[in-house]
Design a protein around this ligand. Structure first.
Ligand code: NA7
Length: 539
């Protein structure tokens, strides 16, 4: 690896971007195309964001590969070839690197550099950004492209750190493959990262103990090599395919032709047919089998019972099967997409431990104490998730107008206007910020929509000779109310999910993402068309 460059002192940037995942990379490309001078800071030594950090075995996107990619360059989307229906992490990381090379992005990214603080200076209307490597730079705009699932959640288990074996967090996995052969492995957590990695770890480990606090819903991926006919069909008219997806509530999955009807008006036979079809097809489309699953708890119960039946049909030991059947509302924690997760519990060396109600009692020098028992382990895998959506933003000392800290402005939970800006923080943009559809959509689509909107906004400001833009407190309050009202009309807020921040002790509970991509885009476009209504613009 080449030596790190000397710290930079530069007061001449138009734009400073934090993070070189898919959001930061496209923001940089966009800025360059607009003739802006941009600097990107990235904590990792490469691009890719979440796909750079989450290298755990089995890591894979739950949105299909033909959809989980950039659309800003038709040549790019035509040239790139995905090999599987759901792309695995190494391939997505190769794609991110390809984009960085193709558009020569690395020249403006400083890697291995973590932003520590960002301060708004009112007289100059500029942000000063400082990093852990001594860089001090200023820019008119600050774009936080820090990702929604980038700050790992490591619970403060008693004895954490005392363990003498190997420890890994799925969200900060080493670059070298980890060999579990012949090892006694414990996995803490049963979210998506655990559900993807457990079947693979089980193939190597001599013993695998899974510590479960909450059982999770998972549907099979039925992953397979990408069908060349399907690829050709999509590429024959990629823009139209993208357009159809942009009309979907979650900005993906338009090719799934599902009848738009409620479960409550269907017969048990029709339920079975629809769910069987969705289960056999695989993927997150299961949740769209009927249009009332996330609105009416009776409809949700029907889907829930079906999944229970499936789990009980796969897992031979009925006590284990019972434990694996989730009790919360289906879909209120993000559903998982797996390859052989439930089957793994039929293996004789795999054990499921219910850690309720006391949780993990301690990490000990030799393993894990839970459910009143000591488990001797060689490796502990923490699959305990993320401080989602706000974690990475709040780790940086961000100070807006009058030196107000973002952490203080958000002490009662995140508040934004459109998920793009925060009142009191002029010229700060949050890509896929709380209050925007973000994690409830195909992230790359949402990222591109945000970057395009920010680009359009900066263009407009230059053309109209404005130096600063900032949400009005009133527009922000109304927006926060809107996001809550939309969520409260559904079953989403009904369980302890990371959408609510409920997985992190002490985090204020606020339903952070906004449901519904198409109406959101319409609103963003309307705001722009009306001269950035809801924002205060200063000359
Ligand atoms: P998740 O989905 O947040 O899962 C984390 C898991 O870790 C979940 O089963 C948690 O149980 C468990 N957990 C968290 N804290 C604890 C403590 N203190 N004790 C025991 N168990 C704990 O994270 P993932 O990385 O799997 O997936 C995140 C997203 O990435 C996923 O939704 C996809 O969008 C991709 P809990 O449910 O809180 O009881």
């Amino acid at each position: 690896m080449s030596a790190l460059p000397d710290p930079e002192v530069d007061v001449g940037f138009d734009l400073i971007v934090v993070g070189a995942g898919f959001a930061g990379m496209y923001m940089l490309h966009k800025a360059r195309g607009m003739g802006l001078r941009a600097r990107v800071f990235e904590a990792g030594d490469g691009v890719g964001g979440t796909w750079y950090w989450n290298r755990y075995p089995g890591a894979r996107c739950d949105v299909e590969s033909m959809e989980y990619s950039y659309q800003f360059s038709n040549d790019l989307q035509q040239d790139w070839h995905w090999t599987e229906r759901f792309a695995p992490q190494p391939e997505i990381l190769r794609y991110a690197n390809h984009v960085a090379d193709r558009f020569d992005l690395r020249a403006d990214i400083r890697f291995d550099t973590r932003v520590q603080s960002a301060q708004f200076d009112e007289p100059s209307a500029r942000w000063t950004v400082r990093t852990d490597r001594g860089d001090v730079v200023t820019g008119q705009y600050l774009v936080m492209a820090t990702g929604c699932l980038s700050s790992t959640n490591m619970p403060a288990f008693p004895g954490l750190g005392s363990f003498k074996g190997q420890s890994y967090h799925t969200g900060a996995w080493p670059h070298e493959p980890v060999d579990f052969t012949g090892k006694r492995v414990g996995v803490i957590g049963t979210g998506s990262s655990a559900i993807q990695s457990i079947p693979i770890i089980a193939r190597q480990a001599s013993e695998l103990v899974v510590f479960q606090r909450t059982a999770n819903y998972s549907v099979p991926a039925h992953n397979a090599p990408l069908d060349p006919d399907y690829e050709a069909e999509v590429k024959a008219d990629y823009p139209a395919f993208r357009e159809r997806n942009s009309q979907m509530m979650a900005a993906f999955g338009s090719r799934l032709q599902v009848p738009d009807r409620p479960a409550l008006s269907a017969t048990p036979e029709e339920h079975r047919q629809a769910f069987d079809k969705a289960w056999e097809r695989g993927g997150l489309g299961f949740q769209r089998s009927f249009n009332d699953l996330m609105i009416d708890s009776r409809a949700n119960e029907i889907a829930k019972s079906y999944v229970h039946e499936r789990i009980r049909g796969i897992v031979k030991d009925q006590a284990t099967a019972d434990l694996l059947c989730p009790t919360q509302v289906l879909g209120c924690k993000r559903m998982c997409v797996d390859s052989g997760y439930f089957d793994t519990f039929n293996l004789p060396h795999v054990k499921l431990v219910d850690i309720r109600p006391k949780g993990i009692e301690a990490i000990t020098p030799t393993g894990v104490r839970a459910a009143g028992q000591d488990f001797e382990l060689d490796v502990i895998v923490y699959a305990t998730g993320f401080d989602a959506m706000t974690g990475s933003l709040l780790k940086i000392d961000i100070r807006g107008r009058d030196g107000v800290m973002l952490a203080d402005a958000w002490s009662a939970g995140p508040r934004t206007y459109l998920g793009l800006n925060v009142a009191g923080f002029p010229n700060l943009f949050t890509i896929s910020g709380p209050g925007s559809p973000s994690v409830l959509t195909n992230m790359i689509v949402s990222i591109e929509q945000h970057v395009n909107w920010i680009g359009g906004c900066i263009d407009w400001m230059r053309a109209n000779r404005r130096r600063s833009i900032e949400a009005t407190p009133q527009a922000q309050e109304e927006w926060v109310g809107h996001v809550n009202a939309v969520a409260s009309g559904t079953l989403y807020p009904g369980c302890n999910s990371w959408y609510l921040g409920a997985n992190v002790p002490g985090k204020t509970r606020v339903f952070m993402p906004l449901l519904g991509f198409p109406p959101y885009v319409e609103r963003c476009n309307q705001v722009a068309a009306n001269g950035y209504e809801g924002f205060e613009l200063r000359a």
